[in-house]
Design a protein around this ligand. Structure first.
Ligand code: HEM
Length: 528
């Protein structure tokens, strides 16, 4: 007779082996080669892929850093240049041997767009931390959220983004005291910029550039939201019971989150009362997203949200829009600091299209196509999102073309991971993917848009609902900043610019909820 622990161990091992084998088998037998006339079920071996011990996206997989036996959660970034067998596969599988679930991994624009384009796709359950929201809901509920939030990102709101960015930038500029200085905290400044912009244009709360120590509603809101935004990642990773443990830091996080949610609910109630007046003045008076969302709690609204759903949506907008935009801006400035020709072309476009900073409008900001291209290209090199998980609620078929044409049925209940890093660095989609080349997205004279898909924002029905918000905010900021300052990324002694780019990229990591470069010293020199 075997002792009990050995029996349990043997059963667990047998379970994992059978499960592993079953997952491999399912993913191989369903693979069909496509011929011109018929689909023939054939056995082509497994859909090639990764067979790690642990799922790198699981809790233990996240905790253990990448090493020779463990991929680590940063693997899409670390392997971006040679991912998916040197980019010879547009779809692979990841089947963990010991712990975690298997998934399909998408590595090209073509297959990613098929996934994004399907109606049958669910946001992954992890997005559910604030209850029902646009980021977490699925099916009819998600449609209701989307029908309220998407039209709220209106030209009126975007014009407000242009106006507010001028005001906030002016305050930020007053902190930049010298005409020639090395900024070691540019990322923090950008984070503050994007947070203040979300507060002003998203929540309609006119918080100031400098955080106030006062006790008025705006100051308290600013401070609570700042804490919430820096602890979002904890909120996402840890289960709710963790906050009940007697650990002061966790309790502090929990308290500030409760404070922020209560505050949002009480501001919403105030806005609800205000909205009754605005209704008489006309809907056009509503400038910020929050009031627009609150107006949907009115029974007479075409699509209605509950107050809790409005709070959930606002938290999603904060979560999705703050660190992502500041990370994209940081990478753009660092890349322009290493590419003076491209920076000059962006500067020339700003002066050509908007001769005076006081004349910035949504219309002329939208003409800054090359400036936008500079941001897209930086963002492609270092996307703010590492990967996007999708749960498949219905059987679907994905069409793969690399290394050969075939249809791959994906069963209901499967998970698909869009490896954004591999997609953005795939040489089939972006020739010479490691070089910074804004003219992929727009010609230098800004006249011609190259029709690339801006896949960094997703695509299809669940694409980023704040994409225009982020683009207008970022381009407005760049138009002010580059007009005033020439940017140089600080080089080490004897270092070439391309070596500096590699060095800076080597520091890329998750900073809060967004992937990015973090801090990198940047010298700014005042233009005349
Ligand atoms: C550079 C900045 C940004 C990047 C890179 C980005 C990226 C993305 C991506 C890739 C998705 C799709 C996720 C998926 O397919 O699962 C997404 C969704 C979303 N984004 Fe953004 N985003 C940015 C800025 C913003 C801003 C400023 C806002 C709000 C003001 C925002 C709000 C949202 C929301 C609410 C969703 C969920 C949409 C849905 O599920 O229907 N994002 N974002």
């Amino acid at each position: 007779m075997l002792p009990l622990p050995l029996c349990i161990g043997a059963i667990l091992i047998a379970y994992r082996v059978i499960r592993f084998w079953k997952q491999l088998k399912v993913r191989s037998l369903v693979c069909r080669r496509r011929s011109s006339l018929t689909f023939v079920l054939q056995f082509y071996g497994h859909v090639k892929g990764y067979r790690p011990l642990l799922d790198p996206h699981s809790l233990p997989g996240n905790a253990i850093p990448a090493n020779w036996w463990h991929m680590g959660f940063m693997w899409p970034w670390i392997q971006r240049k040679h991912a998916h067998f040197n980019h010879t596969r547009d779809l692979t599988t990841l089947v963990p041997i010991v712990a975690g679930n298997s998934m399909y991994v998408v590595a090209s624009v073509g297959v990613a767009k098929q996934v994004w384009g399907k109606r049958e796709q669910d946001a992954s359950a992890e997005a559910n931390v604030w209850g029902s929201s646009i980021a977490s809901a699925n099916g009819e509920d998600w449609k209701r959220h989307r029908r309220v939030v998407a039209p709220a990102v209106s030209p009126k709101l975007l014009s407000g983004v242009v106006e507010e960015s001028a005001l906030v930038y002016k305050k930020m500029k007053s902190d930049l005291s010298a005409d020639d200085m090395v900024l070691r905290n540019l990322h923090s400044l950008l984070l503050r910029f994007t947070l203040v912009m979300i507060c002003r244009c998203g929540f309609g709360m006119p918080v100031d550039w400098k955080q106030s120590t006062g006790n008025d509603e705006i100051a308290i809101f600013d401070r609570s939201l700042s804490v919430a935004s820096t602890t979002l990642i904890h909120r996402l990773i840890f289960p709710s019971w963790i906050y009940k443990l007697p650990i002061q830091q966790l309790r502090d996080i929990n308290n500030s989150w409760n404070a922020v949610l209560t505050l949002i609910a009480s501001i919403a109630a105030g806005r609800q009362a205000e909205y009754s007046t605005l209704k008489e003045l006309g809907e056009d008076e509503i400038k910020d997203l929050f009031t627009k969302l609150v107006s949907s709690t009115d029974e007479a609204a075409r699509y209605t949200l509950t107050p809790a759903e409005v709070t959930g949506d606002m938290m999603s907008l904060l979560f999705a829009g703050n660190e992502t935009t500041s990370s994209a801006l940081m990478t753009t400035l660092v890349c322009l600091g290493l590419h003076p020709k491209e920076q000059q072309a962006a500067y020339d476009e700003i002066i050509r299209e908007i001769p005076s900073a006081d004349e910035m409008t949504l219309r002329n900001v939208s003409n800054l196509r090359y400036v936008l291209a500079c941001m897209h290209e930086a963002h492609r090199l270092v996307p703010a999102t590492i990967n996007l998980p999708r749960d498949v609620p219905e059987d679907i078929v994905l069409h793969s073309t690399i290394p050969f044409e075939r249809d791959i049925p994906v069963r209901k209940g499967s998970r698909i991971m869009i490896d954004i890093m591999a997609v953005c660095h795939n040489p089939h989609d972006f020739p010479e993917p490691e070089s910074y080349n804004p003219s992929r997205w727009a010609s230098v004279d800004g006249k011609e848009d190259v029709k690339e898909d801006v896949i960094m924002f997703g695509a299809g029905p669940r694409a980023c609902v704040g994409r225009r918000f982020a683009q207008v905010e970022a381009v407005s900021f760049l138009a002010h900043f580059l007009r005033d300052w020439r940017v140089e990324t600080v080089l080490l002694e004897g270092e070439t610019r391309s070596a500096a780019l590699e060095r800076v990229l080597a520091n890329a990591s998750m900073y809060g909820t967004a992937f990015g470069l973090g801090e990198a010293p940047v010298r700014i020199v005042k233009r005349n």
